[in-house]
Design a protein around this ligand. Structure first.
Ligand SMILES: [Zn+2]
Length: 340
């Protein structure tokens, strides 16, 4: 997520943007929680300017039923819900989707990325047709929508199954278009096909999707109500939705195990992210020979390179290549090399 995510959230709140004001209570309680944490964590290394650490701290508070300045456990639960609200509201107002000829397009560079995936996976489109799996830690639907627009069938594998002819899109930390149904005790994903594009004016140049905001007022199946979006903090794997997310994580480990080419794009492997380290270690324990392990990241101070080198085993050290580019500029090179 954006490095200045919490500042962005504060700015939107101070500006009094309409959709954000609907959630004033959530924004206020996250502000208070951050301030209380700052007091007691003044001497620790917890970076409370970072949304991922803050969300992680709140999730931990929720799990152990303790949080500074909050006595009541149900209030801590409510704080977790507020944190989720702040995240999806801020995301919704931060990602404009371009509109061309009354058609909503995915944000760049996701459109180009999905088009390349299409060429790579479609029979007869590239010299080497390949199986592709997409694993992501992002909550937004940029990639989901780009795949949809490119008519690439994909599945979130929430049931642990992959329908044939589908690409797995494994969102390891949830998604703003996933709601939880208490009656079915499972996560229900809003398909990109069900997006109501509404009426677009000819002069409309961009729109903001408010998928997350719509979830709690929507239903599935027999009128079952959905919750606010299912999001879990990136640094944490003992979460509210652990049983429901386990099939997605298992599928991710399986896909990693069978992968010949592993490409990590824009992921900085934070020290605190033990989740990914375990997933990678366990997932890559297999007989499959990894041919390429690429890391795409501008990584100006080379900290990411150092962390990746410490994480990977000796067996694949000589397969490691760094591509010091931002995502958008690396797409052509990635797919050029994969189809050679
Ligand atoms: Zn249901």
């Amino acid at each position: 997520m954006m490095a200045d995510f919490l500042d962005r959230a504060d700015d939107l709140y101070s500006l009094g943007v309409n959709d954000i004001l609907d959630a004033s209570d959530a924004f206020e309680s996250v502000r208070r929680a951050r301030a209380s944490l700052q007091l007691i964590y003044a001497k620790s290394h917890l970076d409370l300017d970072n949304v991922e650490s803050l969300f992680g701290a709140i999730e931990m508070g929720n799990l152990i039923g303790k949080f500074p300045d909050i006595e009541d456990k149900t209030e801590i639960r409510a704080l977790r819900a507020s944190m989720v609200t702040v995240i999806y509201k801020t995301l919704e107002r931060s990602i404009p989707f371009p509109v061309r000829d009354r058609t909503i397009m995915p944000p760049e560079p996701f459109m180009r990325f999905a088009t390349s995936i299409h060429d790579l996976t479609a029979p007869n489109r590239s010299p080497v047709t390949q199986d592709v799996s997409l694993l992501t830690f992002n909550y937004d639907v940029n990639l989901d929508y780009a795949l949809h627009v490119n008519r690439i069938p994909f599945d979130y594998c929430l049931t642990g199954q992959l329908p044939s002819e589908h690409i797995p899109l494994l969102k390891l930390h949830g998604s703003i278009n996933w709601g939880f149904c208490e009656e079915c005790d499972r996560i229900v994903a809003w398909n990109m096909r069900e997006l109501n594009q509404g009426l677009l004016f000819p002069e409309t140049r961009e729109i903001y999707f408010n998928l997350g905001s719509q979830l709690p007022s929507s239903t599935h199946g027999d009128g079952h109500k959905l919750s606010t979006p299912v999001l879990v903090p990136p640094t944490w794997n003992k979460t509210d939705y652990q049983p429901q997310l386990a099939p997605v994580w298992q599928m991710a480990a399986r896909e990693l195990a069978g992968a010949e080419n592993i490409i990590l794009i824009g992921y900085s492997l934070p020290e605190t992210d033990s989740f990914f380290r375990y997933l990678f270690a366990l997932g890559t324990q297999s007989d499959t020979m990894v041919r390429r392990l690429w890391v795409v990241n501008p990584d100006e101070d080379r900290t990411v390179e150092e962390r990746v080198r410490t994480m990977i085993g000796r067996g694949i050290k000589n397969r490691l290549t760094f591509m010091r580019l931002p995502f958008g500029m690396a797409i052509r090179e990635i797919f050029g090399e994969l189809t050679r």
